[in-house]
Design a protein around this ligand. Structure first.
Ligand SMILES: NC(=O)c1ccc[n+]([C@@H]2O[C@H](COP(=O)([O-])OP(=O)(O)OC[C@H]3O[C@@H](n4cnc5c(N)ncnc54)[C@H](OP(=O)(O)O)[C@@H]3O)[C@@H](O)[C@H]2O)c1
Length: 319
């Protein structure tokens, strides 16, 4: 095996056009950690936030290989029960923030955030699943208790997470109302029952919404709370609107009586959930929406595509 690998290494705020590959040593295994040969990785809005700004924060290890998820094969199982060559997905738990992530040929990852999966999908399609579908799954089922017959509002639905949520909700028999803030993107929401242009205020016009997945975030959350019926649930999962907290939020007046507010954080994936997701996709013949795929040597272009918001669906980098 080679002793070095190609990777993206960041130590300061970096515009996409300045992202480049460098050659660094392949990490050595240690107890509790396995070495994964990366086959592909999906890109995420949170990696853009890290690269452009969050990297300044003291809690980010520097220099850091970014990337919060990947799919690949076990290159060295270390002291785990994995076997060499086994197909795995890995995500979160500090990946790409407190320890090196997936923008690399290999990643040394903690055993409890690496999951064996069986799938006939290509590496590129598989790479669009872990973080996006785990987040959609957790938001819809753990937080929103989504059931057949629910009318689900997805605010900010053109992102990869929104596309996944539409697929899952439709597959179980929900009515889906999906929004975008750009009129030109309404045709992308054809899988939803109702595609709506988000003007910032929807509560005056929507009726019958029982659950809401908020992906724009605190910027529109107060209005979303007023969109659901009594007994309904709102889950704040995204921050696409660029507003991260609710300053001056008054829970007594801002949450309508009998409406429930929750939030989802994808930091704690489990083997069972990942298995359930892959089985669900297989059972319903669902394939993730890959918006664009890039070779590893084009990782700079992949980052530029992420920053431009021009890609609809998941951006995947395949090694
Ligand atoms: N809570 C968690 O654990 C968790 C986990 C994963 C993701 N997330 C969050 O979920 C959101 C989606 O993530 P992702 O990786 O799926 O994103 P993504 O695919 O990178 O989506 C970005 C897309 O969202 C659209 N967008 C940007 N600003 C918007 C706005 N104000 N209103 C509506 N749409 C807007 C952009 O298109 P246009 O602007 O052209 O419409 C862009 O195409 C992000 O905020 C991410 O941080 C949270």
């Amino acid at each position: 095996m080679n002793k070095t690998m190609k990777a993206v290494l960041l130590d300061r705020p970096t515009e996409a056009e300045n992202v480049e590959l460098c050659q660094i040593p392949i990490p050595e295994v240690k107890p509790g950690w396995v070495l994964v040969r990366i086959k592909a990785f999906g890109m995420n809005h949170s990696e853009q936030i890290l690269r452009l700004n969050e990297i300044r924060a003291g809690y980010i290890r520097k220099p850091i290989i970014p990337g919060i998820e990947c799919v690949g094969e076990i290159a060295d199982p270390s002291d785990s029960n994995f076997t060499a060559g086994q197909k795995v997905v890995a995500l979160m738990g500090g990946m790409g923030r407190s320890f090196h992530g997936s923008y690399a040929e290999y990643a040394l990852l903690p055993i409890h955030h690496v999951f064996a999966v069986e799938s006939a999908l290509s590496w590129t399609d598989m790479a669009a699943i872990p973080e996006t579908y785990f987040t959609a799954w957790g938001s819809l089922f753990e937080c929103l208790c989504l059931k057949p017959g629910d009318t689900l509002l997805i605010r900010g639905a053109t992102c990869a997470l929104g596309c996944a949520a539409i697929q899952i909700a439709k597959a179980i028999g929900c009515t889906v109302v999906a929004t975008t803030h750009k009129e030109s993107k309404l045709p992308l929401l054809t899988q939803a029952d109702n595609a709506v242009l988000d003007t910032g205020r929807l509560s005056d016009t929507l009726n019958g919404v029982t659950k809401a997945l908020e992906l724009v975030g605190p910027k529109t959350l107060p209005d979303t709370l007023c969109c659901v019926e009594k007994g309904g649930i709102v889950c704040n999962t995204g921050i696409l609107g660029g507003v991260y907290t609710l300053n001056g939020f008054d829970p007594i007046k801002d949450i309508p009586n009998g409406v429930y507010l929750t939030g989802f954080f994808s930091n704690y994936p489990t083997e069972k959930t990942m298995r359930d997701i892959f089985e669900f996709l297989d059972k319903h013949s669902l394939k993730p929406a890959v918006g664009a795929s890039f070779a590893f040597e084009q990782v700079k272009d992949a980052c530029m595509a992420l920053d431009s918001g021009s890609v609809n669906g998941k951006i995947v980098v395949t090694l």
